[in-house]
Design a protein around this ligand. Structure first.
Ligand SMILES: Nc1ncnc2c1ncn2[C@@H]1O[C@H](COP(=O)(O)OP(=O)(O)O)[C@@H](O)[C@H]1O
Ligand SMILES: N[C@@H](CCC(=O)OP(=O)(O)O)C(=O)O
Length: 381
C-alpha cells in the first residue's frame, strides 16, 4: 500500500511507505513507572497492521534508563554518566523483553539495534547499519533502535532519541518520522506551563519560529523536550522526510495517520526526496574518485534503470574506500551520477567488467552485489 500522511490537505500530502517511529521514555514507561505493556501491545498491533498493508517500519524506542532506574529501585535519576549507563544496561533488557512479547503476540519478529553517533558518522559503518536495517525490513522484522548507552561517553551521546530518530530517518531514507510523545503535538508554548498555549496543526520543518515555541522536557523522565523534536524534524527534512509529532496514547494513532487523518502536528519537508538527497550529497560529501562506466551503463544510469553493477564499469580512478562518494564518469568523461560506493578503488579494478556472481570468487568475499546501490546514487545528467 502507499500510505498517505497529511492527506487532509492535498497540497501537503505525503505518499509514503517507509516510516521511522520514535517513542519517548515517558510513554514507554508510563512516566517512569516501568515498561507499559498496554502501550507496547497497542503500537505492536498497529505496526503489524501497517506492515500487512506494505509499510516498512523502524521503531526508535527510549526508556532504557527510566526502566533501569525502576528495576534498580533508584528513586532519583543519577547525574554520573556511569550510573546512567548501568541503568540503561539493566533497563534495555526490560525494553527488548517487552517488545519481543508485544510483537510476537501480533505474529511479528523484532530485532534489537543499538547505535552510537560514531556508527553513523563513519561512512563504512553507515553503509553497514543501513544495509542491516533494510535487510531486517525486507524480512518484515521490526528493528527496535536505541542509543548504545553503555559505550558512549558524554561528548558523543546523541543525548536524546529524537536526534537519533532523525538520523535513522536519513539513514534509511524514510518517507516520514513519527515522534510519539506525551503531548498531542506541538503548541506555541509548553502546555504544562501555559494553559492557553495554542496547538500547531501544521507548519514547515526548519521554520525558525518553531524553535522559539519549544521548551525543554516536561517530565523528569523525558530528556529532550519539544526543542529536540523540532530540530529532529529539521534534520529529517534534509532527506525529504516529513515529521509528525503526536500523542502515543491516541488510539490507533499510527494507522489513522497512515490513512491520511490529521492527527498531531504535521511538519512538512520543504524539499522533495530527490532534491534533498542531491543537496546532501553536494553539500556534505567530498568526492574521493571515480568509477568509469562503459557506454551501456552510462545509458542505464541516465535512464535511472537501477543500481550500478561491476559489469558496467571498466575501472576506477583515484583512491577511495568503501563508503566514499565517487563520480560515475561516462566513456566521454562526463559525470553521469555520483554515489556511495560499496567497494574500494583497488577492489573495483579487480571486479570491473565482471558479473556480480564473480565478485566472491575474485575478492574472496561479497560485501554487496552492487557497486553503487541506486538508493545511494544521484543521477546528474
Ligand atoms: N511548545 C511545546 N509544545 C508541547 N510540548 C512542549 C513544548 N515545550 C515543551 N514541551 C514539553 O515537552 C515534553 C515532551 O518532551 P519529553 O519530556 O522529552 O518527552 P519524550 O520522552 O516523549 O521525548 C512535553 O511533555 C511538554 O511538557
Ligand atoms: N537511550 C536513552 C534515551 C533517552 C531519551 O532520549 O529519552 P526521550 O527524551 O524520552 O526520548 C534511554 O533509552 O533511556
Amino acid at each position: 500500500m502507499t500510505a498517505h500522511i497529511g492527506q487532509h490537505n492535498s497540497s501537503k500530502a505525503l505518499n509514503g511507505k517507509r516510516l521511522v517511529i520514535k517513542v519517548g521514555s515517558s510513554l514507554v514507561t508510563n512516566g517512569g513507572q516501568g515498561v507499559h505493556m498496554a502501550s507496547i501491545h497497542a503500537w505492536a498491533s498497529q505496526i503489524a497492521t501497517l506492515t500487512a498493508q506494505g509499510c516498512e517500519v523502524v521503531l526508535v524506542s527510549s526508556g532504557a534508563i527510566a526502566e533501569g532506574l525502576k528495576r534498580l529501585g533508584w528513586a532519583k535519576r543519577p547525574k554520573e554518566i556511569n550510573e546512567l549507563q548501568a541503568a540503561a544496561a539493566v533497563g534495555q533488557m526490560g525494553l527488548v523483553h517487552a517488545y519481543e512479547i508485544g510483537f510476537a503476540a501480533h505474529g511479528m519478529t523484532c530485532a534489537q539495534v543499538l547505535l552510537t553517533h560514531a556508527d553513523l558518522a563513519d561512512r563504512e559503518r553507515y553503509l553497514n547499519a543501513r544495509s542491516t536495517l533494510t535487510t531486517l525490513m525486507h524480512h518484515k522484522v521490526v528493528p527496535i533502535i536505541n542509543e548504545n548507552d553503555t559505550v558512549v561517553t558524554d561528548e558523543i551521546r546523541f543525548g536524546d532519541n529524537d536526534t537519533l530518530g532523525a538520523l535513522v530517518t536519513n539513514l534509511v531514507e524514510a518517507d516520514a518520522l513519527v515522534i510519539l510523545t506525551d503531548q498531542v503535538g506541538l503548541f506555541d508554548s509548553d502546555p504544562r506551563k501555559n494553559p492557553n498555549a495554542r496547538f500547531i496543526h501544521e507548519d514547515t520543518a526548519g521554520n525558525p519560529e518553531l524553535e522559539k515555541m519549544a521548551g525543554g522536557a516536561g517530565s523528569s523522565v523525558g530528556t529532550g523536550g519539544m526543542i529536540t523534536k523540532i530540530l529532529a524534524a529539521k534534520r529529517a527534512a534534509r532527506s525529504g522526510a516529513a515529521t509528525v509529532i503526536a500523542s502515543g496514547r491516541e488510539p490507533d494513532v499510527l494507522v489513522r495517520l497512515m490513512q491520511g487523518e490529521s492527527v498531531g502536528t504535521f511538519l512538512k519537508a520543504p524539499m522533495g526526496r530527490l532534491a534533498a538527497r542531491k543537496q546532501w550529497m553536494a553539500d556534505h560529501l567530498k568526492m574521493k574518485g571515480a568509477v568509469l562506466l562503459d557506454a551501456g551503463a552510462a545509458v542505464a544510469l541516465r535512464a535511472k534503470k537501477g543500481s550500478l553493477l561491476p559489469i558496467g564499469v571498466t575501472g576506477a580512478q583515484g583512491q577511495f574506500q568503501r563508503g566514499d562518494v565517487v563520480a560515475c564518469l561516462s566513456p566521454e568523461g562526463e559525470e553521469v551520477a555520483r554515489g556511495l560506493v560499496n567497494y574500494s578503488a583497488a577492489e573495483v579494478n579487480k571486479i570491473a567488467k565482471q558479473p556480480t556472481s564473480a565478485i566472491e570468487s575474485i575478492l574472496g568475499y561479497l560485501d554487496e552485489p552492487e557497486l553503487i546501490h541506486r538508493d545511494n546514487m544521484v543521477v546528474l545528467s
